[in-house]
Design a binder for this molecule. Structure first.
Ligand SMILES: Nc1ncnc2c1ncn2[C@@H]1O[C@H](COP(=O)(O)OP(=O)(O)OP(=O)(O)O)[C@@H](O)[C@H]1O
Ligand SMILES: [Mg+2]
Length: 233
């Protein structure tokens, strides 16, 4: 579904990704793990069209997208829940959700808002409240819901569990599995390597802009190098 080949990304003189090749198959959950600064967010931002690669290619359903604008990429069926949530704090929950649907022209946006509110009842209670007043966990629910409002075929999640209490982390990972069961393909970036690899069909380890390991999620979970570097030995 998504084929990333030989991707190189620079911020001025700083190289963030070096020859990254990653495949995501339809209906998969693929997890990217790696330390701070490894290039994980850069990878997702490049897929979303927010950062332009210096070289390499990204194809989605066989179509090159590495030159496309972010809104075109959303229209093609990719959406991102960004690191740090990036919700619009001065707007209501409702307005945030509507913004997630801004590329849609169909008449089912209201129906999809209902689905989000069924999925996360706390968002229903706070539907008209400013998003900036939500708790961290509720903001994460809103960020994921906003990403889903474009009806993505491929959902990019950047550290959805960051800063959340353990029970909410469990809830978020269960949600990812559920969405995947409903047919959404997921490319997940996480510092929580254990959880991320547990739910992944396949995973990649990114170190200073390079893919250093790849394999089935279950294989990586027991890999000695992954254990030592990312799973606390
Ligand atoms: N806008 C930018 N300008 C300059 N350098 C940047 C920019 N964004 C990221 N970088 C650099 O690119 C590298 C990769 O950053 P990136 O945010 O992709 O890492 P990450 O793996 O997501 O890290 P974290 O786990 O801390 O979120 C880092 O060295 C970072 O300092
Ligand atoms: Mg990041």
């Amino acid at each position: 579904m998504l084929s990333i080949q030989g991707l190189q990304v620079f911020y001025g003189p700083i190289q963030a990704l070096d020859n990254v090749t990653i495949e995501v198959g339809e209906a998969e959950i693929v997890s990217i793990i790696g330390s701070n600064g490894a290039g994980k967010s850069t990878l997702l931002r490049t897929v979303s069209g927010l950062v332009k690669p210096r070289s390499g290619s990204i194809e989605f359903m066989g179509t090159p997208i590495h030159g496309a604008s972010p809104d075109k990429i959303v229209q093609m069926g990719i959406s991102q829940s960004p690191e740090g949530r990036r919700i619009f704090t001065e707007m209501s929950v409702k307005e945030n959700l509507l913004l997630g649907a801004y590329t849609r022209k169909d008449s089912e946006v209201g129906k999809d808002i209902e689905k989000c509110l069924d999925r996360f009842p706390r968002l229903r209670e706070r539907f008209h409240q400013n998003a900036g007043t939500l708790s961290g966990g509720e903001q994460q629910m809103l960020a994921m819901s906003r990403a889903l409002m474009s009806r993505p075929r491929l959902l990019l999640l950047d550290e959805p569990s960051m800063g959340l209490a353990p029970n909410l982390v469990t809830e978020i990972f269960e949600m990812v599995i559920e969405l995947n069961g409903q047919g959404v393909t997921v490319l997940l970036v996480e510092q929580n390597a254990h959880r991320a690899l547990e739910i992944a069909n396949r995973g990649y380890v990114l170190e200073t802009g390079n893919v250093v390991l790849e394999g089935a999620g279950k294989e990586l979970l027991v890999d000695p190098k992954v254990k030592e570097a990312y799973l606390g030995g």
